[in-house]
Design a protein around this ligand. Structure first.
Ligand code: APR
Ligand code: ZN
Length: 250
């Protein structure tokens, strides 16, 4: 199975990767579904919504600061690094991610499409002010604070620049992702439950255009029914093996 997947990748013309929270699980970033140990007594679905933010912005910020902290402690794992290396080898042309954790970028992936935003960016709820806390060197101070963050331009509350349930995805990122999916002859789907749309259309678009779907997951997902190759296991263990086999084949 592994060698079959490696062969498909090595012979591909335009392979892309589509990733979800599972690829960062081994880095210590909690996934969403099958969330192990709830955050206090809330489910992410109850906190990651515009309604929750309107009702209780301090609670939502507490949740996001907690997630930011976890993510700041996390480092890319061998799965992230293997994808970056597959890109350097010219095999993978782009990584489309649903993750907001920045770990693909840290691992060296260049052509990255973030469908659900980035947890280290904040944006104003009223004006078009945006800020990257990591680039601004303000992230640690931000995470430790307990105050409701305010826009330096207009004084309105700031919110995380991530896509919440019920919100539309950033138009440019979604367009780019769909275009890549239409062109791709292979998509490597890693660590996603494949139930959140429109992101989960990506593998379906590849398949409809005649491309092949290789999936890596510890369990079956919403994508598994259309997978040509299903590799059951941990992303951090399987990706380095694929990389090694692809190297040998080239
Ligand atoms: N290796 C591979 N797969 C793994 C691993 C691992 N080490 N650990 C967990 N998984 C798989 C799980 O089996 C599951 O299918 O990763 C998937 C994680 O699923 P979700 O938690 O649902 O994450 P994701 O698919 O990224 O969620 C999509 O939902 O909450 C929203 O916006 C949020 O981007 C997120 C979207
Ligand atoms: Zn503002």
């Amino acid at each position: 199975m592994l060698s079959h997947a490696a062969k498909i990748l090595a012979r591909s013309r335009f392979a892309i990767a589509f990733t979800g929270a599972g690829i960062s699980a081994e880095s210590g970033v909690p996934t969403f579904r099958g969330f192990n140990g709830l955050w206090k007594r809330y489910r992410p679905e109850e906190l990651a919504t515009p309604e929750a933010f309107q009702m209780n912005p301090n609670l939502v910020w507490e949740f996001y600061r907690w997630r930011m902290k976890k993510i700041l402690e996390a480092k890319p794992n061998p799965a992230h690094y293997s994808l970056a290396e597959l890109e350097r080898l010219g095999i993978i042309k782009a990584v489309i991610t649903q993750n907001v954790d920045d770990l693909h970028r840290e691992a060296g992936t260049r052509n990255l499409v973030e469908l659900h935003g980035n947890i280290f960016r904040v944006k104003c709820t009223s004006c078009d002010y945006r800020e990257n806390l990591k680039e601004g060197g303000r992230v640690n101070e931000f995470v430790e604070s307990r105050e409701l963050p305010k826009c330096p331009r207009c004084g309105s509350p700031l919110r995380p620049d991530v896509v919440w349930f019920g919100e539309t995805l950033p138009k440019d990122a979604l367009e780019k992702a769909f275009n890549l999916a239409e062109r791709a002859d292979v998509v490597l789907v890693i660590g996603t439950s494949g139930v959140v749309y429109p992101a989960a259309y990506i593998p379906y678009i590849v398949k409809e255009h005649g491309g092949r779907v290789i999936e890596v997951n510890v369990e079956r997902s919403g994508i598994t029914p259309i997978a040509d190759v299903f590799l059951r296991g941990k992303a951090g263990e399987i990706l380095p093996k694929i990389l090694e086999l692809v190297r040998e084949l080239r």
